[in-house]
Design a protein around this ligand. Structure first.
Ligand SMILES: Cc1cc2nc3c(=O)[nH]c(=O)nc-3n(C[C@H](O)[C@H](O)[C@H](O)COP(=O)(O)OP(=O)(O)OC[C@H]3O[C@@H](n4cnc5c(N)ncnc54)[C@H](O)[C@@H]3O)c2cc1C
Length: 309
């Protein structure tokens, strides 16, 4: 492994979720000096979910937080270095890349971009004002504050229904508000939600605003087919309507698809030699931890071959 004292690494990985940590595990075991840059909690998005039942090797399931921690432990065991910093840009220089971060610049030959995605916002009146005062984007983090209170979940995906099921353990009532007339969530989750007496559904309905005093008191709704307006009294609104890729810092470096995701080939190579992408940040990713980890392994091996050339 080529050690360094002046911020130079053979490889820099941006993002410490399943993709980045798996890439780091592989490159560290291959004795490539690797730095992983993470702006938040190591483990990534999966740490926010209470129970992961579809990651192989854990027949009883495992908490997302524990899975993230185990991935981190395993990667650092083989020498992966991590720092807490936000990557703010990548500069391409002759034969090398410079990763700009809030903790300074890092010079490297190859970069694996694994910065995942973050939750989309509704962009409606009251959403920002009441964030942290009833509006939340993470049931696992905040459900406990809504014991015996009525709450709403906005969305119809796996993530939204997982949030609703978790909230049902605490809240008095959970209303899932979905703009369509059926869920996108997997059948097993739909069945669980339908047999949970505390969960009810409002179909073809959108939230137009969040209102309250110091804390959230109600949401204003519109039925999209009839146009009929109504209100629903809730203490909490959990917004789970999808994700946007964390690629703002890459504008001008790489071409991104219309939604801002990165296109790679099957070897996780981007259009720029030495720049690889892995995980949820890729176009058409299935956005699952196991796929992100698989992408990370492929990116690491491709980067290893690139460095050896
Ligand atoms: C509620 C919920 C439940 C889920 N349940 C499951 C499940 O049961 N099974 C399953 O397989 N998957 C599940 N997922 C999906 C899974 O979490 C993701 O597919 C997986 O975490 C993607 O891994 P990743 O490494 O690509 O990205 P992420 O896990 O998103 O990691 C990216 C990391 O990059 C960091 N980052 C972003 N920008 C920067 C920057 N500029 N500089 C530095 N760091 C940066 C972020 O802080 C983050 O830690 C769930 C997701 C959610 C939200």
């Amino acid at each position: 492994m080529t050690e360094n004292s002046n911020n130079e690494y053979e490889l820099v990985i941006i993002g410490g979720g399943p993709a980045g940590l798996t890439a780091g595990l592989y490159t560290s075991r291959a004795r490539i000096s690797s730095l992983l840059i993470e702006r938040g909690l190591l483990g990534g998005l999966i740490t926010e979910t209470e129970m992961v039942e579809n990651y192989p090797g854990f027949p009883e399931g495992i908490s997302g937080f524990e899975l993230g921690q185990l991935m981190h432990q395993q990667a650092v065991k083989y020498g992966l270095k991590t720092i807490t910093a936000e990557a703010t840009g990548i500069e391409l220089r002759e034969g090398q890349k410079v990763v700009h971060t809030t903790e300074g610049d890092f010079i490297t030959k190859a970069v694996i971009i694994a910065s995942g995605s973050e939750r989309l916002k509704l962009g409606i009146p009251g959403e920002e004002k009441f964030t942290g005062k009833g509006v939340s984007y993470c049931a696992t983090c905040d459900a406990i504050f809504f014991r015996e209170k009525p709450v709403a979940v906005v969305g119809g995906s796996d993530a939204a229904i997982t949030e609703a099921l978790h909230l049902a353990k605490f809240a008095a009532k959970v209303t899932v508000i979905h703009r369509r007339d059926q869920l996108r969530a997997s059948r097993v989750l739909q069945e669980r939600a339908s047999s949970e007496p505390k969960i009810q559904f409002l179909w073809d309905t959108v939230v137009e605003s969040v209102e309250g005093g110091d804390l959230v008191k109600r949401v204003r709704l519109r039925q999209v087919k009839t146009g009929k307006k109504s209100t629903l009294d809730v203490a909490g609104v959990f917004i789970s309507i999808g994700f946007k890729p964390n690629t703002d810092y890459l504008k001008g470096v790489l071409s991104l698809d219309a939604a801002g995701f990165i296109t790679t080939n099957a070897r996780m190579e981007t259009e720029i030699p030495g720049l690889f992408a892995a995980g949820d940040i890729r176009s058409n990713s299935i956005r699952q931890a196991i796929a992100a980890a698989g992408d990370g392994a492929v990116a690491a091996i491709s980067a290893q071959e690139f460095l050896a050339e």
